[in-house]
Ligand binder design. Sequence first.
Ligand code: P6P
Length: 344
Amino acid sequence: MDHHQDRLALPVGTTLDRFIMRKQEDFPYATGELSQLLRDIALAAKIVNREINRSGLIDVTGAYGQQNVQGEEQQKLDVIANIRFIRALRNGGEVCTVISEEEEDMIQTGKNQGKYVVAIDPLDGSSNIDVNVSIGTIFSIYRRQSPIGQEGTQEDCLQKGVHQVAAGYIIYGSSTMLVYTTGAGVNGFTYEASLGEFFLSHPNITTPQSGSIYSINEGSANSFSEGVKQFVQYCKDQNFSARYIGSLVADFHRNLLKGGIYIYPATAKSPKGKLRLMYECNALAFIVEQAGGKASNGTKRLLEMEPTSLHERCPFYIGSTDLVDKAEEFLTKESSAVPVDEQA
Ligand code: P6P
């Protein structure tokens, strides 16, 4: 084909399905269940994307009129997204148990032959839906530890982040993207609604070693610890840019690509931090480490945290390694500082 003809029909690129199949070939013992599970998540993402894009036109915006287990006002799209993802995971047959931000207890899919457990925040940042700010889905995938053939257990659901076999997020923004890792790097796919396909748009994502963006809600600054206050002052002294959308997936995605740090520390309102370990922090921590970044709870590697309950919260420091290191430096100084009234 000559150059002119070649330009007439540019390749559309690699679809998510084809990418998953190619990557599966890299794992000779892969039996295809994880590949199918990733496809099930992508299907639900396409459906939720359509609901979100229509939310201004059909009555799915606004509050649902109930609160979730966190005591947060559920939005109608929260409820819809939760139903869509759990149904896709149940119908796919690869998952025995799901834990969700929107569900107090474990959800048994009834598919007890399923080898996997999924922890999911079906629609994070949903309070931003009505004002058209980007929102997201965050998910972690673990291999069950209990014997196949029975329901998944609490232990299956409360595994350390280091045991994730895959993790990812969908960002419903100016374009809809699926970003995920299976432990061999991070890849981003952009949704082409007219074709109903995700196409590889961001191969082998790596996050900059450092950055000049810091993301934290400074409205809570009065209740930050001394170490956090000093790190925020350090960012100002370095003339960093403050960027805080109030939607974790959007803030994280920008910092992943451009470099920067996102912090949700302990505050007076959220003494253990606001974000949840099992279906928000662990997934993004896995992704950022696979992209060359770092994630901690302020004192230890986030992925090493030992979960104790489905909805537990933790302080969250995530992004470029140099910036997370610098934040931990200030926090360590603070914790080793001798209180004034105890100084000799
Ligand atoms: P605040 C949204 O509710 C969320 O869980 C994250 O998406 C977001 O980063 C954070 O809370 C915003 O919380 O307290 O700053 O409004």
